[in-house]
Design a protein around this ligand. Structure first.
Ligand code: 13P
Ligand code: SF4
Length: 356
């Protein structure tokens, strides 16, 4: 029962004390969030993994790529545990090492004859939502990682050093960020492998500023401008805030776009009772609605839009991994291969320097 699970988690946490720290993403369900020692967005969680140096184990309540990041940034002797190994991210799975490598080779060959202006022809930038293998790839090739909270700062970093950016896996974050920086849509082609559909025109790629990968988030893809129009009709004066993983038409129709931390800070800072229509994951929206009853906070998607993989961290798994730790056993450990660690760390350290 829920009460039994609560008692087991509380007892295990008490026994472990400082030996284990629980980190939780904003999208985690309430039954898990209530046990987190720190809750944050991807950027804050990466920083948290770097600074929790007393703990012998970091229990990461989030998805696989976040736990990998924690493993890369934490001390070598700290174990990072993902309570359910099936908690992945469908967007992260949309970019794999060999496909990105092939794209990179084709692009670098195409740009090889360009006049040297002291900058690299193309800088690879990956959204945090990707495998450690791809973080290592960008680190090795002069690029870096970004999150939804520092994507603009990261693109500025990249344009100081390169003429173009290859941005993966999330086309929407890439497009929304580049558009806000004034880059025209014609200069943001989507990468098409040569073998499929005849590939991109070389001229388009030569003129490109940001080459986008085809990835997307299945949760944020559900939002559309009609939902925003309806919210404005139902609640005149409503403040519409969406996550930048939403499609461009949704971000354009919204009042503001920002990371999960941006969204929660915007609501926390509102002094007058306000209608808030939010375009992001439902567990987070419902929690904010309960936390700030003075406001009318609702999700733009009238059906429901949970992140099904975040939801796989059930309190039962949390109880199990904590009790195993009490018994001196580490289960569900996330260990990034040694050969990826150093390069991925370079890419993440460049990202951490690019403040939101
Ligand atoms: P944040 O960096 O805003 O927490 O986003 C992470 C994520 O996966 C959103 O879908
Ligand atoms: Fe991945 Fe989307 Fe879930 Fe974020 S909300 S973890 S991008 S599937």
């Amino acid at each position: 029962s829920d009460a039994e699970l609560d008692a087991r988690i509380i007892a295990a946490k008490e026994t472990l004390g400082d030996k284990a720290v629980i980190l939780g993403h904003f999208y985690q369900r309430d039954e898990v969030v209530k046990y987190a020692d720190f809750v944050g967005d991807s950027f804050q969680l990466a920083n948290a993994a770097l600074t929790r140096d007393k703990a012998e184990a970091i229990v990461f309540c989030g998805v696989h790529f976040m736990a990998e990041t924690a493993d890369i940034l934490s001390r070598e002797d700290q174990a990072v545990i993902l309570p359910n190994l099936a908690a992945g991210c469908s967007m992260a799975d949309m970019a794999d090492g060999p496909s990105v490598q092939q794209c990179w080779e084709e692009l670098t060959a195409l740009y090889a004859d360009e006049a040297d202006d002291g900058r690299m022809p193309v800088i690879p930038v990956t959204y945090m939502n990707c495998s450690a293998e791809l973080k290592a790839f960008v680190g090795r090739n002069g690029g870096l990682v970004c999150t939804s909270s520092n994507a603009a700062t990261v693109l500025e970093w990249a344009f100081e050093r390169g003429r173009r950016v290859l941005f993966f896996p999330d086309q929407h974050l890439g497009r929304n960020t580049a558009k806000a920086m004034g880059i025209p849509l014609e200069q943001m082609p989507m990468w098409t492998p040569r073998k499929e559909l005849g590939g991109n025109e070389a001229a388009t790629l030569l003129d490109a500023k940001v080459i986008l990968w085809h990835g997307f988030c299945s949760v944020h893809k559900r939002f559309n401008p009609a939902q925003i129009a309806k919210a404005r009709q139902d609640f005149p004066g409503v403040r519409v805030i969406v996550h930048p993983e939403c499609p461009m038409e949704v971000v354009d129709a919204a009042d503001e776009a920002g990371s999960t931390d941006y969204i929660q800070k915007a609501i926390a800072a509102a002094t007058e009772p306000t209608d808030f229509a939010i375009g992001t994951e439902i567990n987070m929206v419902n929690r904010l609605a309960a936390q700030y009853p003075q406001h009318n906070i609702f999700c733009l998607d009238p059906v429901i839009c949970p992140c099904s993989t975040m939801y796989r961290i059930h309190p039962g798994y949390l109880a199990w991994v904590l009790e195993e730790l009490v018994a001196g056993r580490v289960v569900n450990q996330i260990s990034v291969p040694k050969e990826q660690q150093a390069d991925a760390k370079i890419a993440l350290e460049r990202m951490l320097a690019a403040k939101p």
